[in-house]
Design a protein around this ligand. Structure first.
Ligand code: NDP
Ligand SMILES: N[C@@H](CC=O)C(=O)O
Ligand code: NA
Length: 432
């Protein structure tokens, strides 16, 4: 046996519990890889009285962060508390004490990643965050290491387990939004404040991280256009299904001629695309590299043990680095200049759902408004409008059009009397 690595664990909730379980049950596997025994020697919590689902000696549980940060024997801090503060301050202080950091915290990495990585480098410490994106899928490693020899032009993914769980249950079981959200919370998938899952912010943080790493630029959260799933209705899902689409919360990062777009929005994915079949809490990330072509990474995006595997794979890397004396080296920092697309540079197909007067000539007038914005139609579906026989549901799917032209035509639709309402508009992906 070649030494013990003592770890301070900040947070003992869903992910922290998984970390403690795996450190115990995979003890020998970690030893076989690193030649070291890993021991969680201190655990920071908010409420020491809370009942825990895994046993630990109560002596190692504390509410005082200094007992981890200033413990000379602790070499690595695993931060799985979540939120910006006090996590940021604790991590900075721990780095100053020479501790290596593993975190699952996308809120923090999406906003303060550059600051923390810089600090870690200055102190020769590692700082890894594989669990922060797509839980158990090793996507950060794949992008940073695997794609370092290629030029990524598109990253498209389902990167939030909670919303994928909700949308799957809504479309497969016609379940109500609130009921399924509660289930996702009970299963430990949702964030402390589930609004960040539902309104797309959690996915936006993950896309900011992935696009920074994939395109070697410093993407900020404000660079990501975000829309969540709270306004998606069962009717939208049903009409999409009639046209061969599945509703998903999709994060897209695209680079065309050095111009970048990053967005998170409810999107209709063509049923023939592999992302359409990613269900429940599963996540998947599609990455297109100019040389390699299409690749796809699939796995559980949240939950106790899947997320803990990502945390512990980073820990194993840290331990190997400690042995090799190479810490602070292989963390990605952006060197490229960021150029963002404008609305007129962002092209996609769109699904538009309208309530219109069911009269002759209406479709022709709508097509004319669209033609004025150079938008052409790929599909049209008309269905009766149940509460008023003089009205109809009209669903339009466009060919590729700029976001600017789509916004212009939606504004024009609001101003004509033969359109009663623009019910919804979604991006369509997954096939030319
Ligand atoms: N859950 C998941 O599936 C995934 C989560 N993540 C990320 O992992 C992190 C942890 O998530 P999760 O385990 O679900 O969160 P939980 O809410 O389940 O657990 C948080 C833990 O941190 C402790 N804690 C919170 N604030 C403080 C504080 N100020 N001081 C001391 N202890 C504190 C809590 O203590 P106490 O128990 O006493 O209340 C609790 O043990 C988050 O950043 C999350 O985004 C990433 C991928 C997947
Ligand atoms: N709340 C997140 C947890 C993992 O990052 C999700 O639902 O994906
Ligand atoms: Na991951």
């Amino acid at each position: 046996m070649n030494g013990k690595i003592k770890v301070g664990l900040m947070g003992f909730g869903t992910v922290g519990t998984g970390v403690v379980r795996l450190v115990d049950s995979y003890k020998e596997d970690f030893f076989n890889q690193t030649g070291s025994v890993i021991e969680v020697s201190r655990i920071l919590v908010r409420n020491p009285e809370k009942e825990r689902s895994v046993f630990v000696n109560s002596d190692i549980v504390t509410t005082d962060p200094r007992e981890l940060i200033y413990d000379q024997e602790v070499e690595v801090i695993i931060e799985v508390m979540g939120g910006i503060e006090p996590a940021r301050t604790y991590i900075l202080e721990a780095i100053e004490q020479g501790k290596h950091i593993v975190t699952a915290n996308k809120d923090l990495m999406a906003i303060h990643g550059e600051e923390l990585i810089k600090k870690a480098r200055e102190h020769g410490c590692d700082l890894f965050y594989e669990a922060s994106v797509a839980g158990g899928i090793p996507i950060i490693n794949a992008i940073v290491e695997g794609f370092s020899s290629d030029r990524i032009t598109k990253i498209m993914g389902i990167v939030n387990g909670t919303t994928n769980y909700i949308l799957t249950k809504m479309s497969h079981e016609q379940a109500s939004f609130d009921e399924v959200l509660q289930e996702a919370q009970q299963l430990g998938y949702a964030e402390a404040d589930p609004t960040s899952d539902v309104e797309g912010l959690d996915a936006a943080r993950k896309m900011a991280i992935l696009s920074s790493l994939g395109f070697h630029v410093g993407m900020n959260l404000e660079d990501v256009s975000v829309r969540g799933i709270s306004k998606v209705t069962l009717e939208d899902i049903k009409y999409g299904e009639q046209l061969g689409y599945t509703m998903k919360l999709i994060g897209i990062a695209k680079k065309d001629d050095e111009l970048i777009e990053v967005s998170v929005e409810p999107t209709f994915v063509k049923n023939t695309h592999p992302l359409a079949n990613v269900n429940g809490v599963f996540n998947a990330v599609y990455v297109y590299g100019e040389a390699v072509g299409e690749t796809m990474f699939y796995g559980p995006g949240a939950g106790e043990l899947p997320t803990a595997t990502a945390v512990l794979s980073d820990l194993v890397t840290v331990v190997k680095n400690i042995k090799l004396g190479v810490n602070g080296r292989n963390m990605a920092t952006p060197y490229n200049v960021k150029k963002l697309k404008r609305e007129e540079d962002i092209y996609a197909k769109y699904f538009i759902r309208l309530i219109v007067n069911d009269e002759s000539g209406v479709l022709a007038q709508i097509a004319k408004l669209m033609a004025a914005e150079e938008i052409s139609l790929e599909k049209v579906l008309q269905e009766p409008y149940p509460s008023n026989p003089k009205k109809a549901e009209l669903i339009l799917v466009t060919h590729q059009a700029s976001k600017k032209c789509i916004n212009n035509v939606l504004a024009a639709f609001e101003n004509v009397d033969y359109i009663e309402k623009v019910k919804s508009c979604y991006r369509v992906e997954g096939g030319e």
